[in-house]
Design a binder for this molecule. Structure first.
Ligand code: LLP
Length: 427
């Protein structure tokens, strides 16, 4: 800590705020690489075929694609926009997994023509559509089937997805029939199964349960239909530590447990060991990002609450309003001060629900102070909006002692860029 300032990934955050302005998304390439390597190194110890696929929905832009490419990871995309971003970054198409419960015809054609590695089939309608589009283009699409294994993970209900009552995936009871049908299709090559039980999961038990269920299905498909399943993708969802939530997941132990189970069931049933794939998003970028804001208006209601307003809010971080997420923050220019007070951090949007943090203990806050909100790397920029016509802040990337802009901040002209005045009003 230099000059009482908060140091993030070796950088003085006050110097960053002065140089690049606020609000500012700050990402650390060093931390992203460290997080990814924890997973890859854990798998390497298992002596099995594996692939770590970064879930781009957590945060995607061309610079992040370049890091993921350089790390040798795969990439999970869920839209033409994410796929196009990967293409712009020259990401290897055969390492892309294309997800989504309602991919459009245009998106499927784009995926086939670009030669995307795996298309993850979500439902029977999509299977038939993809088969037809692939045959028309004289291609065979390699697919995984997204299965809902019937496991409910304990997380916010909007980010739970493994239970049967979900818009995603094929209920496990219908899986065999659909896979058998796909196996006979000329435009489809069945590679494996996929499941994803939810996000911000704090323990490893559900992953073990789900691996067991999925191995049971692989066994049945092999025994009854003589179809070999080459790949088992267990999705993402590995939780991180926010302010109150603490993840009990130890990556090394969890990967050991899953791999041991998959190897044992494969051996007992004379199945080849499937390649194990996981798709972490938050685990890789969540703690690699912080957001810097400047404090402005402060409103003290004696005996009730002190509201400290910042120059951002639900437009750059909608997770509090959406999920009641809880964040921790530092007053980045007053790290050594002990005169703490309890305040609530308010966003700048015209909405009472735009509160970033309720009741946090911080040194005495004044206008011009810089607030650093921690763990904002995942699902912040990617879910940001222009509500209230507020331009999105820029994002910088830190790498060792370097810091560069990787997404320009939006301007007021960007805000009106797509507006059109109809002929009858334009005089
Ligand atoms: N794979 C699939 C198929 C997914 O649907 C997701 C997340 C992931 C991987 C990556 O999950 P992660 O490792 O990042 O938890 N907006 C919510 C999270 C939604 C997650 C959607 N799917 C949030 O801000 O908490």
């Amino acid at each position: 800590m230099k000059n009482n300032h908060f140091i993030f990934s070796g950088h003085d955050t006050i110097e960053l705020a002065n140089k690049f302005g606020t609000p500012l998304y700050v990402m650390s390439e060093d931390i992203i690489r460290k997080n990814a390597n924890v997973i890859v190194d854990s798998f390497k110890k298992q002596g099995i075929d594996f692939e770590v696929v970064y879930a781009g929905k957590a945060l995607l832009n061309t610079a992040i694609c370049c890091i993921i490419k350089d790390l040798g990871l795969g990439l999970d995309v869920v839209s033409g926009g994410e796929l196009y971003t990967a293409k712009k970054a020259s990401f290897p198409m055969d390492k892309i997994f294309f997800h989504g419960n309602n991919k459009s015809i245009e998106e499927l054609i784009m995926a086939i023509e670009l030669g995307v590695g795996r298309i993850v089939i979500d439902n029977e309608y999509e299977l038939e559509l993809l088969n037809r589009l692939s045959i028309e283009r004289k291609k065979k699409s390699k697919v995984l089937f997204r299965i809902t294994p019937g496991v409910e993970a304990h997380t916010h209900k909007y980010i739970q997805t493994g239970q049967e009552d979900s818009k995603f995936g094929i209920p496990i009871g219908e899986a065999e029939e659909i896979i058998l049908k796909a196996y006979k299709m000329d435009g489809i090559s069945v590679m494996g199964l996929h499941c994803h039980i939810g996000s911000q999961i704090l323990e490893d038990r559900p992953y073990k349960v789900v691996s067991d269920i999925m191995m049971g299905l692989i066994k049945r498909i092999n025994e009854k239909h003589r179809i070999k399943i080459h790949e088992l993708n267990l999705g993402g969802g590995f939780g991180i530590n926010y302010s109150e939530e603490k993840s009990l997941i130890n990556m090394d132990e969890m990967i050991n447990k899953i791999s041991t189970l998959v190897k044992r069931v494969s051996k007992e049933n004379n199945l080849g060991i499937p390649k194990i794939i996981i798709e972490p998003g938050r685990y890789i970028v969540g703690n690699a990002g912080i957001t810097l804001y400047e404090i402005g208006a402060i409103k003290n209601i004696p005996g009730i609450r002190k509201y400290v307003s910042i120059n951002g809010g639900m437009t750059d971080n909608p997770r509090i309003a959406l999920y009641g997420a809880k964040y921790n923050a530092y007053l980045a220019n007053k790290m050594n001060q002990n005169n703490k007070e309890i305040v609530s951090i308010a966003g700048r949007c015209c909405e009472s629900g735009d509160m970033l943090i309720w009741d946090i203990s911080l040194p005495h806050c004044e206008a011009g102070d810089i607030l650093a909100v921690l763990n904002t790397g995942a699902y912040n920029y990617s879910m940001s909006s222009n509500y209230n016509r507020i331009p999105r802040p820029p994002m910088i990337l830190l790498m060792e002692d370097r810091a560069e802009v990787i997404i320009e901040g939006e301007t007021l002209d960007d805000i009106v860029r797509n507006d059109k005045i109809p002929s009858w009003l334009n005089n």
